[in-house]
Design a protein around this ligand. Structure first.
Ligand code: RB5
Length: 152
């Protein structure tokens, strides 16, 4: 698979570790920056990676900032993105299964590299269960909200 990866200045080191893991797992990736440790604005990099996932250039996206929060909020502003902030493998597994999350965000100031890599592994190897039934219905409701439709 092709993975979009993006980060701010706080996550350069963690990004290197994640990229090494992606390569080890046999995936390709596109690195949307930032490439420097100079303080920068995470929404820019989130948007680049998010657009690549939504337009099909990349299959999934991984975003890292200090907390994983800002970069994930930014990505979720792009219609079609379902970005989940995960700091444990169970959340990564469940968000793939239930929410069909297409982007993962993590905080480089919150978790260490080994845990982050375990989360990425789980995220990228878990099949979604949201192809039919209640999970599919709820994910479709998320899309309806993006379209500005009322749910009830
Ligand atoms: C940058 O200092 C920090 O605010 C950013 O990495 C992130 O944690 C925002 O949510």
């Amino acid at each position: 698979m092709k993975i979009a990866i993006a980060n701010d200045h706080s996550a350069l080191e963690l990004k290197k570790e994640i990229i090494a893991l992606l390569t080890e797992m046999g995936h390709t990736y596109q690195d949307f920056g930032t490439y420097e440790s100079v303080s920068c604005d995470y929404p820019i990099y989130a948007a680049r990676a998010a657009h690549a996932v939504v337009n099909g250039e990349c299959d999934y996206g991984i975003l890292i900032c200090g907390t994983g929060i800002g970069i994930g909020i930014a990505a979720n502003k792009i219609p079609g993105v379902r970005c989940a902030l995960c700091h444990d493998p169970l959340s990564a597994e469940l968000t793939r299964q239930h929410n069909n999350a297409n982007m993962l965000s993590m905080g480089a100031r919150i978790i260490g590299p080994e845990l982050a890599k375990a989360i990425v592994r789980t995220f990228l190897t878990t099949e979604t269960q949201a192809t039919e039934g209640r999970h599919a219905r709820r994910v479709e409701m998320l899309s309806a909200l993006e379209r500005g439709e009322a749910l009830e």
